[in-house]
Design a protein around this ligand. Structure first.
Ligand code: ADE
Length: 274
């Protein structure tokens, strides 16, 4: 998978050299490009933001540097993307693209890259979304700051390909960088080969809609707390049943909103009016 990130804080992503994702980069499973938005400005101060039209607090990120940065990643001048989008002779376009070795443009027709803008106004990022995105060839993340990015950037690329606004959760971060780090870790570990033992991906929280069961290791007794005896029994059927029960109990207690309706306990007969 190819991942490109546009940000005003490229150093933020230095940590992607570490751990499993660092190894995945070394082995070529993940190819990463981090791009400084300020490299696409032309004024003396390399400014990327300006005051909002209509007034209000804060600053808005300017469309021009974003357009230049994203076009550079897509390898197509804005005109080239537009021409491709309206071209009627598909064969001629394909030949021309091959001749000039134009990298894939954001284009729904050929399932090109997905452009992802982290935003508290986006759709909720979930394990299902991480799994879906882990199947893609090319993700481009645009990290907004301040009061967000000029809406026309989203509109422009949405008209030409696949764009998503994605939220990490119902709270506000100072910018998209932390959200992108979290998304890349969640997506990256689902790419085959990134996590050494793929079985460890199967029985974790959210994979089957429930939270995961509690885990224990040696010693069997610690500070007066014993490992549940069933886990020492060697009875695999009993262990499976216990773990499933723990998942259900934990999900019901901590995240009742995730409980599948068929696993909800039957309504308490005593409480219902007769
Ligand atoms: N940027 C600021 N807050 C965010 C959030 N909750 N999710 C994604 N990106 C953000």
């Amino acid at each position: 998978m190819r991942i490109d990130i546009v940000t005003i804080f490229p150093e933020f992503f230095d940590v992607l050299d570490l751990s499993l994702l660092g190894k995945a980069r070394q082995s070529g499973l993940i190819e990463l490009g981090v791009h400084n938005l300020r490299d696409h400005t032309h004024d003396r101060h390399h400014s990327v933001d300006d005051t909002p039209y209509g007034g209000g607090a804060g600053m808005v990120m300017k469309a021009e540097p974003w357009g230049a940065a994203l076009d550079a990643i897509l390898g197509a001048a804005p005109e080239a993307v537009a021409t491709e989008a309206v071209a009627t002779d598909a064969a001629a376009v394909a030949t021309e693209a091959a001749a000039t070795e134009t990298p894939t443009a954001v284009n729904a027709a050929d399932d090109g890259p997905i452009l992802i803008f982290p935003s508290p106004a986006g759709a909720q990022f979930t394990q299902a979304m991480a799994r879906e995105l882990s199947l893609e060839q090319h993700l481009i993340f645009g990290c907004g700051r301040y009061e967000g990015i000029d809406q026309r950037v989203v509109d422009h690329y949405e008209a030409r390909g696949r764009v998503r606004l994605v939220s990490l959760g119902d709270y506000v971060l100072n910018g998209g960088e932390v959200a992108v780090m979290a998304m890349i870790e969640a997506i990256g570990r689902l790419i085959p080969g990134v996590v050494g033992n793929p079985e460890s991906l199967v029985e974790e929280s959210h994979e089957d809609g429930l939270l995961e069961y509690p885990s224990y290791t040696k010693p069997s007794s610690w500070r007066g707390l014993d490992v549940p005896p069933v886990l020492l029994s060697g009875n695999h059927g009993a262990i499976s049943t216990w773990r499933r029960q723990q998942q259900i109990e934990r999900t019901e207690r901590v995240r009742p909103d995730l409980m599948p309706p068929d696993l909800l306990p039957p309504a308490n007969a005593k409480q219902s009016p007769s």
